[in-house]
Write a protein that binds this ligand. Structure first.
Ligand SMILES: [Zn+2]
Length: 316
């Protein structure tokens, strides 16, 4: 997925020995640009790992290896943010600052508008983002974040006294968790298209990303990608946004690497930089996991090694 990166100075370097296993959802109470700029301003003494806009854009402000300053808890019983006041058992049991073991996502919006209900584009982006976070946390920390309500939580559960309305009563936790747990890997469509690529609108497509009906002459026709969103592409010629799932690349869908794809190795080194022996290159491998630009090859007795996507080719 497409993530813009900015660096906020408001963070811990590292996580004081903790590994993240909880994703905390927030509402910005402000605009997307306003939140991104405020959370990067040293005066705010606040940050988040990610901010998701109403239109689905995503900016990352803090590296996952570092703790953001977003939903801290205090060890002082007199504090309003004392960990003992949390409604989450894990937060109470860990007796430390929740910023050490959480990943925070801010969502553009105001609670008074619709009580935290995300727009469709925002919800779709958050689903993709959480899948991406789970893949990254697995890769970096070897931690599997369970897709359930104990691990994908709201700020109001961490700090019930100070943040009872963050992200809000209408935030779509259940829908998001259902979508996240429905697949154990990031769909790769979002990584496979670039601006300038020629794509074909699938014949099965019915509506543009904006909801309008796609005319028949557009289906099956080729267009160049002018601009990319998290889950959609602006096509030149028709000048319309089409969902990535409704597009096919130059070589058709067979070029898209998926979990289960059979591949050969074309490169000479693993993602770790180690040299790949000849016998490994001669074999056919199966993709067992995808994380960003890397793929894990060989499930069930295979080589079980990470390779860069550029160093493999699909054979069927
Ligand atoms: Zn919050």
């Amino acid at each position: 997925m497409r993530i813009t990166k900015k660096n906020s100075p408001n963070k811990y370097n590292g996580r004081r020995g903790w590994k993240p296993d909880m994703i905390v959802c927030h509402i910005t109470e402000g605009s997307y640009n306003g939140a991104v700029s405020w959370l990067c301003n040293p005066k705010s003494q606040a940050s988040a790992h990610y901010v998701v806009a109403k239109d689905g854009r995503v900016t990352q402000l803090v590296d996952l290896k570092d703790g953001a300053w977003c939903n801290g808890t205090s060890t002082k019983p007199s504090s309003k943010v004392y960990y003992g006041k949390s409604s989450l058992k894990a937060v109470r049991d860990r007796r430390t600052n929740a910023n050490y073991y959480t990943i925070s996502i801010e969502h553009e919006g105001f609670w008074k508008e619709n009580k935290g209900k995300l727009t469709e584009a925002q919800k779709a982006a958050t689903i993709e983002l959480i899948k991406h976070i789970r893949d990254e946390v697995k890769r970096i920390f070897e931690v599997e974040i369970p897709a359930n309500r104990a691990h994908i939580v709201g700020h109001y559960e961490v700090n019930p006294i100070t943040k009872p309305h963050c992200p809000g009563e209408n935030f779509q936790f259940d829908e998001i968790i259902k979508a996240v747990s429905g697949s154990n890997s990031t769909p790769t469509n979002t990584n496979d298209f670039k601006v300038g690529d020629t794509v074909t609108v699938k014949r099965s497509a019915t509506k543009y990303a904006t909801g309008q009906r796609i005319a028949n002459f557009v289906k099956g026709s080729k267009y160049k990608i002018k601009q990319l969103g998290a889950d959609k592409a602006l096509l030149s010629g028709i000048n319309s946004w089409v969902k990535l799932s409704d597009l096919e690349g130059e070589g058709g869908t067979r070029n898209i690497i998926k979990v289960g794809s059979k591949v050969k190795i074309t490169g000479s080194k693993y993602a770790t930089g180690q040299k790949i022996p000849g016998w490994v290159k001669n074999r056919t491998h199966e993709v067992s996991r995808i994380a960003g630009e890397k793929v894990l090859l060989g499930a069930n007795g295979g080589i079980n090694s990470w390779l860069n996507k550029n160093d493999i080719k699909i054979i069927k």
